[in-house]
Design a protein around this ligand. Structure first.
Ligand SMILES: Nc1ncnc2c1ncn2[C@@H]1O[C@H](COP(=O)(O)OP(=O)(O)OP(=O)(O)O)[C@@H](O)[C@H]1O
Length: 329
């Protein structure tokens, strides 16, 4: 396990852009601490300023007020070359290097470390090999980028960032456009990298469920509010996770771990264990099912599966949700 040392922090940071001498503030008073050996996920609605925050953290965009401190010095005290040795970034832009091999692309991660002639030492090759091994892409080494799937390409981009060998790895939506399995794989890989390589990994993501499964810390960014930094489990139990859902009609269900419609719904009396009754409630609500006035209780059993709708005069049994739905809708 990596030690959770703070490597990057800010205090009272204002983020934004300068246009014709005027400051456009996107977010104010941002405080954070990014730790080595931990996977941190930055979440927030579209347009709230997540990319602006990471551009500021990367030193690409100057802070409008306050500063980002890397180790004990402000980012501005580091040269660009020094920063690129410390902070590796994977952005969402598509690479347009179709004829480059995977090995060559991962080697580009060594640029901040090579001489002005760009020649790689045996140590550079070792770092490239290690990055390829950690990301499980050895079998792709000699393929050209145009032959890769999106999921494979994303692992290659992560390998390039790893080869850069900085202590901080920042990724902007690395799971966008990937299927469910690849999204899981990438996030678990990033967690493994944080722990086994002792990196501070910061990931911008909209994948709430996978982020809950993998992150040590969440940074919740919400318009006009301070950055909320805490363990996902604490945010769930305190209800602060709902800061991600300001509209009020959606709420995070701390039992199912899912986002659900929170408008009250008048369910009939339902008996059964929580797993089954939750799915029964979903099918009732989703289809606005209406029951006979004499309905007394609906019971649901798992083995053998049975939904029993008991009224004063009659009782109906169904052996699947489909049969239940077909009869009642
Ligand atoms: N170069 C720029 N100059 C001025 N304003 C900008 C610039 N780039 C982005 N913005 C504005 O800053 C705000 C935050 O944008 P940003 O891309 O940081 O949001 P985000 O949270 O990353 O969104 P998303 O989830 O959609 O990627 C937006 O209102 C955007 O229009």
């Amino acid at each position: 396990m990596g030690d959770r040392k703070i490597i990057l922090k800010s205090n009272g940071l204002n983020l934004g852009y300068k246009k014709q001498g005027e400051s456009i503030i996107i977010a104010e008073d941002i405080d954070f601490e990014l730790k080595k050996g931990a996977l941190t996920c930055l979440l927030g609605p579209n347009g709230v300023g997540k990319s602006t925050l990471i551009k500021t953290i990367m030193g690409q965009l100057p802070a409008l007020q306050g500063s980002v401190i890397l180790d004990d010095s402000p980012l501005g005290d580091y040269s660009l070359k020094e920063l690129s040795k410390r902070i590796a970034v994977v952005l969402t832009d598509k690479v347009s290097l179709g004829n480059v091999t995977v090995y060559q692309l991962v080697s580009l991660g060594r640029i901040p470390h090579t001489t002005w002639l760009g020649s790689m030492s045996s140590m550079d090759h070792t770092k490239v090999e290690k990055a390829i091994e950690v990301t499980h892409i050895s079998y792709l080494k000699d393929k050209v980028l145009s032959e890769l799937s999106d999921g494979q390409l994303q692992k290659v981009m992560i390998a390039r960032a790893l080869a850069q060998d900085g202590e901080i790895l920042i990724l902007d939506e690395p799971t966008a456009h990937l299927d469910l399995i690849n999204r899981f794989e990438i996030m678990h890989l990033l967690r493994k990298i944080a722990k086994e390589e002792n990196k501070a990994v910061l990931v911008v993501t909209h994948d709430l469920e996978i982020a809950i499964d993998t992150a040590d810390e969440f940074w919740l960014m919400q318009c006009g509010l301070p950055l909320e930094c805490a363990a996902p489990e604490d945010l769930i139990v305190s209800g602060k996770i709902n800061l991600l859902l300001p509209s009020g009609t959606l709420k995070f269900n701390p039992i199912t771990g899912k986002i659900q419609d929170s408008t009250p719904y008048d369910y009939p009396i339902i008996q059964g264990d929580v797993k089954l009754t939750n799915w029964l409630k979903l099918i009732i609500r989703k289809n606005s099912l209406v029951f006979d006035e004499d309905l007394q209780v609906i019971s649901i059993l798992e083995n053998p599966f049975l939904i029993k709708v008991k009224g004063e005069k009659k009782e109906q049994n169904y052996n699947s949700f489909k049969a239940f739905l077909e009869d009642l809708s």
